[in-house]
Design a protein around this ligand. Sequence first.
Ligand code: NMX
Ligand code: MLT
Length: 387
Amino acid sequence: MAGEDSLFDLTSAHLNTGLRGIPVGTCRTSYVTPLEGVHYCGYPISELASLAPEDVIYLLHNKELPNLDQSLEFRNDLRSRGTLPSGIEEIFATLPKEGHPMDWLSIGIHALGMLGGVDDWREDALNLTAQMPRLMGLIFRYREGRVDDIPEDDLKLSLVGRFTNTLALDGVEHAVMNRILSTYLVLHMDHGGGNLSTFAGKAVASGKATIYSSMAGAMNALSGPLHGRANQSCFEFVKRIGTSDPAEIERFVRGELEARRPIFGFGHAGLRAEDPRATAQFALGEEICPDDEYFKTIRVLREVAPRVLAENPKISNPNANVDIASGTLLNFVGLSDPEYYTTFFGWARVAGIGAQIIDERCVMRSGKGVPLYRPKYIAEQQELRHL
Ligand code: NMX
Ligand code: MLT
């Protein structure tokens, strides 16, 4: 791609780099700037963090925030789509409990498609969005063998409320859990077009697989430790620190770097400042759990780690990323097993990836849709002139 309107001049140096930074399309739902992070339909995430997930899902699908009537109508529409097709619980009853929750999520989404897909991009995307809270709750229930007293799905509740109601954890204040989960969902719904799971989901959809198959593919991509599953590793890392003393934390960070292990919760491929999604979660933690032991640890880590990481000039962003605080907040409301954390990330992304798939399949190129993904690979024996 050379010439006056060239966005990018490709050279052999761009081969085998994971398409890092190479423009491949346009995105209607969100973009990421190095300093302000993600914006959904033009709104910086910092302005959306405290909105209800339903309203932000509406934004991603309709490219504008709803007014009150639209918001109520959309919530009712989601309620009418929320009931799971029968057969899911029987499938969950057969899955291995030692399987990772992300594999359960991927299988669950596939099963929803097999049992209730209608082969329409918009309908299936909205149906899946509405079914996710119950599906998520059932993953916890069946994987943990707590199947005897599962409450009915209460469709009058919010999306997050339906999950909390299905999970029914003892001794947890539902209002606090709902607040933390609502913020978590809003912050994680979308992150531009090129993050691995979104790209993978859109690629599968370009072959005209269903939303369910495409989303299951996206969840498989999200499950890797370099992508979504980093949030699991991050809380495991915070637990290993075991102190909020600044000097001890600095020793710990230096020790990890000497042992050539990553400092989880810091750094980003595209951002060049603290991720506003981290800033928003720190603010929520200061309000909800300022004295929690893990929160005290990450509060100090947020000061110490960037200073130590910045000593290495190779590290392009030493600041906190989205994963630094989410595990601490989830743990505070009783979601103490880090293996589940990426499923919340996946639940959130169903909104953004679903909206992006609809845009690529039904809106772009005047409604014709983006063609089948088919990038070119150069045989090692070929010359670059064949590009
Ligand atoms: N701890 C240790 N080393 C780091 C870190 C970190 N937090 N961040 C960057 N580096 C290293 C990186 O591994 C690379 O080393 P090498 O040249 O030996 O391959 C070098 O610094 C330059 O990396 P960057 O270009 O700054 O970042 P890159 O795009 O390669 O990696 C991450 C981005 C997110 C993979 C990286 O910062 C990292 O591994 N962070 C820790 C793990 C983590 O928190 N992951 C969650 C990511 C969430 N998110 O993307 O939002
Ligand atoms: C994301 O939210 O998807 C992560 O920050 C990773 C990315 O944007 O590449």
